[in-house]
Design a protein around this ligand. Structure first.
Ligand code: UD1
Length: 454
């Protein structure tokens, strides 16, 4: 827990540059971190954001509703709920349990203002279309990490017998068959897109006939969505491999389903333990969802112990060696962990080469880490990180969700105070992160006040 002394460290005004102040909304929250506090103890891991968002979209497939458990408190979950509510879903939340009454969908059309704020909501196109026979979904547009097109979703739905037009930025889709149902098809994805796999898998649960999705994404969140659909009565085989078989059924029913733990949140705390040379245990986790991250940590010189089926402990070391990292679809190294590992590489001995292959613009944290004394050179989607003995605290701006986590992690290890701005990114995907970090000894504090311009 935070003590008075910790607060005293944070009582002085934080210094922001005029250019940073101008980027902040009035009263925008900032996170002040006093670095180098040793961490120890246990961190509870929340339900997986990327699963929950897909599961919520999946509930649209049935009129009998769903109960989803292990739902974290996240801005993205709230946003997805807002979108479902505009479609007529009634949602009630009791702690980490979400009840969704999907009996009466009042429209097949999602509003642009909400979809544009969260790309994952576009994935509901598949479930809406399958249930209602038609759907209208605004194109989500690009985002901070890249253009992120959706042509694989669209082409897949066309293969399933949908007429899909894009008019004035809205995807308008309807099933071409007379009975309003989609038709099973063989679909090959040019790349194993997580979102396209999820959109098409949901759509295919209610088709007439069999659908085969080849070169499908194998992420654990895809498997979780398949498991929810199966709990609702869908016939799906092969989720978690690169070929998914779906036998369409006439209708789906109520399910009570618990989401998997968030492997990216767990991985973020693993790196937090490593960079602060601390010992942290965390649960619940599915250790084999973390294989790529654990293997890289071990190569760096961090000890990772598996305590049980759902608990691991990370034990930081004194000296770390640089490693090379290339992001890849699962089971490769996750792009969602790239920024956090780059923060760790900044204090490893030697040069580590980080290659981002999944998104075209996901290295914006490089400039911010360099503000903290890191030595990173960037060319296109490749960053060469040369380790330095010590990071130093600085005011920094989060540019996307995982970049924000990387800056928090760097701040925990840096000398002096780090101020992280742009916290709306952090709040999209980390459930009560300050509380979780403070409970294991970190000194950090969210504030809006006490800011002066240098
Ligand atoms: C999901 C995750 C995100 C993660 C990403 C990759 C959710 C809510 N988000 O995003 O956290 O970083 O997987 O693991 O689950 N692409 C196309 N055309 C398409 C679809 C995708 O070119 O139609 C490209 C994208 O631009 C990107 C790559 O494929 O370069 C991977 O994207 P994708 O797997 O679809 O990511 P998301 O599902 O959006």
């Amino acid at each position: 827990m935070q003590t008075m002394t910790d607060r005293h460290d944070l009582a002085t005004p934080t210094l922001l540059e005029a250019s940073q102040m101008s980027q902040l909304e009035p009263n925008a929250p900032i996170l002040r971190i006093i670095g180098k506090a040793p961490l120890s103890g246990h961190v509870p891991i929340s339900g997986a954001k990327n699963s929950i968002l897909a599961l919520m979209a999946g509930t649209l497939l049935s009129s009998e509703g769903c109960r989803i458990r292990n739902v974290p408190y996240l801005a993205d979950v709230q946003r997805m709920g807002d979108i479902l509510e505009t479609l007529g879903v009634k949602i009630s939340r009791n702690g980490e349990v979400l009840d969704l009454d999907t009996s009466n969908l009042t429209t097949n059309s999602a509003p642009y203002e909400l979809v544009s704020k969260m790309r994952a909501s576009f994935f509901a196109l598949g479930s809406l279309l399958a249930r209602l026979g038609s759907a209208r979904m605004p194109l989500p547009g690009g985002c901070a990490i890249g253009a992120r097109p959706v042509e694989l979703h669209v082409r897949g739905l066309q293969a399933l017998g949908a007429d899909v037009q894009i008019e004035h930025g809205i995807v308008i889709a309807h099933a071409k068959s007379r009975n309003g149902r989609l038709q099973g098809a063989r679909i090959y994805l040019d790349c194993p897109s997580v979102g396209a796999t999820e959109t098409l898998m949901m759509a295919a649960t209610l088709t007439e006939g069999e659908t085969i999705i080849e070169n499908a994404a194998q992420e654990p969140e895809v498997v979780d969505l398949a498991n929810l659909c199966r709990a609702m009565g869908a016939k799906i085989r092969g989720a978690g491999t690169n070929t998914i078989f779906i036998d369409g059924v006439d209708k789906l029913h109520f399910a009570d389903f618990t989401a998997i733990p968030d492997r990216i949140e767990a991985g973020t705390f693993m790196v937090a333990a490593a960079i602060t040379r601390s010992t942290l245990s965390m649960s619940p986790v599915v250790p084999w969802h973390l294989t790529a991250a654990i293997s890289k940590l071990q190569d760096i010189g961090v000890t990772v112990r598996q305590d049980s089926d759902n608990m691991i402990t990370v034990i930081g070391g004194d000296r770390y060696r640089a490693v090379d990292i290339e992001t890849l679809p699962y089971p490769g190294f996750p792009t969602d962990m790239q920024a956090q590992f780059m923060a760790l590489l900044t204090v490893c001995e030697g040069n580590g080469v980080v290659t981002e292959t999944v998104f075209e613009n996901r290295l914006q944290h490089v400039a911010e880490l360099n503000r903290m004394g890191a030595n990173i050179r960037l060319k296109n989607n490749v960053a060469v990180v040369t380790g330095v003995p010590q990071l130093s605290g600085a005011p920094v701006m989060a540019t996307d969700l995982r970049a924000s986590a990387a800056l928090v992690i760097a701040g925990l290890a840096a000398d002096g105070e780090t101020t992280v701005m742009g916290l709306h990114h952090l709040d999209r995907g980390y459930d009560r992160i300050e509380e979780k970090l403070r409970n294991v000894g970190a000194k950090l504090y969210r504030t809006t006040a006490n800011v002066t311009v240098s």
